[in-house]
Design a binder for this molecule. Sequence first.
Ligand SMILES: Nc1nc2c(c(=O)[nH]1)N[C@H]1C(S)=C(S)[C@@H](COP(=O)(O)OP(=O)(O)OC[C@H]3O[C@@H](n4cnc5c(=O)[nH]c(N)nc54)[C@H](O)[C@@H]3O)O[C@H]1N2
Ligand SMILES: Nc1nc2c(c(=O)[nH]1)N[C@H]1C(S)=C(S)[C@@H](COP(=O)(O)OP(=O)(O)OC[C@H]3O[C@@H](n4cnc5c(=O)[nH]c(N)nc54)[C@H](O)[C@@H]3O)O[C@H]1N2
Ligand code: SF4
Ligand SMILES: [Mo]
Length: 752
Amino acid sequence: MPPTGPTRPARTAPATALRVCPLCEATCGLTLTIEGTRVTGARGDRDDVFSKGFICPKGASFGELDADPDRLRTPLIRVNGELREATWDEAFDLIAARLPALAEEHGANSVGVVLGNPNVHTMAGALYPPLLLGVLRTRNLFTASTLDQMPKHVSSGLLFGDALAIPVPDLDRTDHLLLLGANPLDSNGSLCTAPDFPGKLKALRGRGGTLTVVDPRRTRTAKIADRHLAIRPGTDALLLAALVHVLFDERLTDPGALAGHLEGLDELRAATADFTPEAVAGACDLDAGEIRTLARELAAAPTAAVYGRIGSCTVEYGTLASWLIDVLNILTGNLDRPGGALFPLSATDRAPRPAGPGKGFALGRWASRVGGHPEAKGELPIAVLAEEIETPGEGRIRAVIALAANPVLSAPDGSRLDRALDGLDFMVSVDPYLNETSRHADVVLPPPPPSQSAHFDFAFNGFAVRNQARYSPPAVPLAAGLMDECEILARLVLAVGGLHGADPSAVDDQVVDRTLTKAVADPLSPVHGRDAKELAAEITHTGGPQRRLDLMLRLGPYGDGFGADPAGLTLDRLVDRPHGVDLGPLRPRIPGLLRTRSGRVELFPAPIAADLPRLRDALARRPASLVLVGRRHLRSNNSWMHNVPTLNGGSNRCTVHVHPEDAERLGLADGAAARVTTEAGEITIPVEITDTVRAGVVSVPHGWGHDRPGTRMAVAHARPGVNVNQLLDGSRRDPLSGTSVLNGFPVELAPA
Ligand SMILES: Nc1nc2c(c(=O)[nH]1)N[C@H]1C(S)=C(S)[C@@H](COP(=O)(O)OP(=O)(O)OC[C@H]3O[C@@H](n4cnc5c(=O)[nH]c(N)nc54)[C@H](O)[C@@H]3O)O[C@H]1N2
Ligand SMILES: Nc1nc2c(c(=O)[nH]1)N[C@H]1C(S)=C(S)[C@@H](COP(=O)(O)OP(=O)(O)OC[C@H]3O[C@@H](n4cnc5c(=O)[nH]c(N)nc54)[C@H](O)[C@@H]3O)O[C@H]1N2
Ligand code: SF4
Ligand SMILES: [Mo]
């Protein structure tokens, strides 16, 4: 027996807990060190079936972020114009007293909903916003997607009939990766969930594969590539159209197994006939011969994948570029084949169905009230939110519910939105911080830190380079006075729906009942013909979100089907395997996945055809002499991590990158302040001279500008940076998707 005596202080070794990191799309498994109820360390979980120990500096700061003293610990409500601490009951009472009455008086559209990026990183954000929207029935839905990936949804909707059917590059098996407008060495990947993206790119090169990077900046990703094309911003669609042209022109197209599932091939060939490499070379500022070589290499590679991200989406021809990326994958036979670009099948997806025609994808089913901007995927462009609040008349937005969103910094012209939000009758923010957006709210409902929440990646498993499933229970117990975000959102659904005060688990029970009632009536379901009530009783988990997750897993493609496949997945099985369950490499899914009206891949859809003349016009346009692009720093995440000291500082600085030639021409000195101006606004920002941007391009990161009053983020406020989106008024958008043009817009630069 070890000696124990009363004089020896009791020393317990720190405990550990596993938690999938919610801080970016890579979804790394972390091993957290827990002392008492605090997370004091984080390292990569080497046994994680997917991430195998990878971690980045953000994940390593999990503990600091989690324990940020500026996180709100109680709800806030506005009393006599001032926000003050309140109880949860007071907060929900106020919402229930105000919102339903407002919607009743002014109509459903008078309530606008804004969903920000972290919703895709939480269970709450996946499970409750659809219910909230179902109760509100508003058409005024705005999300970060129209600052991000909406072009990809539109292109997938049109090509495959399903806006969520987004193919991802098969990183572990491909022989040639053509990567446009993405910098995964800093972002750790997006719409391509791949922990250790850097390692996967190095492995690709290590096995003799080729990496081509198209980016106006020589990024860390470009630096490890075989070939870097420093394209002129905004012209990727031209480059891609020329690659398509060469494939047709040189008879290099070979769609392989897809050949029998394509529609519109001849129309596509005709439409791209004039986009020759020579025709686009000037606009793209690339060499025509190099474009031809790239097309030939893509066609010749045993397997290849074309992948684009922010720099191909938040640009003038974002939907066309997103579409052409998959057209290239299709024409080279790489879509839906191992080593190419494949559709993941996540554990909570619907189980695959037999092939056949679907409902298709419609755009512009309604339009915004003031500007007549068409919806895409049920959303209006977030850039028109301010005008919808400001402009009087029937259907004006009078109240806003913002969930995990900071559009004052992340969307164009935050100053205008600032004023607009100030003029609302009522606003609710669900946010851990009092920041540039939530400071306008009448009620702020703070979720607990991530260590106190359970986690499952509903969104990112659907974009993962390998099928797998992992569940993390809360690493530490919910602190006194806090409320789980699932419960916050369930109570919000009840409060706005006129059921204030009801048991929040009723919200989840209703979903479970509805889902099971449908499933037992569905001849293709593994539970067809069984009793819905009996099945509900088989879900023994007590928490509402856990019950719903278990149900989705069990009815999903790998599920136990409530006994139909006894070896299949259940939540209990995931709980038993804390490092996750590997579900294998991605597999072909066409034609079963297609939901177009034709039941085929619609290669040349009408809205695309109608937008193509705009691209053709770009061939003749004189390029602007100076344009701005963004950039992400490894230790950043959009607008909300600047309050963690280790993530704000060092090389993570809000500066404008300027090429030496431009600096000299414009008389700018390194470290001096410069004024960046556009027709919409201006910012003053320190200059960093670097040849990592090409001449004619400057780069400013987003998410900064923490100098507004009334926030409670001391570290961010002390090192505020400036807000690049103040250079935009929101009028530059990709027309099909409503996505803001955040990259490749003309600016002027001068010493300040
Ligand atoms: N110029 C320019 N602008 C850009 C971009 C760009 O590249 N250039 N990128 C765009 C892109 S891709 C995106 S996705 C958007 C992002 O823009 P937003 O969707 O506004 O997201 P964030 O800036 O990350 O702010 C997230 C908010 O959620 C809160 N939050 C954090 N964790 C949680 C949580 O667990 N629960 C809740 N309820 N809230 C939480 C944070 O405090 C913060 O207020 O920005 C876009 N804006
Ligand atoms: N560290 C960190 N990681 C993040 C985030 C973060 O803020 N910080 N944000 C997360 C989010 S919300 C997202 S959506 C993802 C984004 O993930 P990525 O798209 O990989 O991120 P970015 O670093 O914005 O990379 C975009 C690249 O496009 C280039 N670019 C700009 N304009 C053009 C153009 O016209 N053509 C081409 N070919 N390239 C162009 C830019 O120079 C930049 O290098 O990152 C996620 N991960
Ligand atoms: S790469 Fe992303 S998911 Fe992985 S540790 Fe870093 S922030 Fe977390
Ligand atoms: Mo994003």
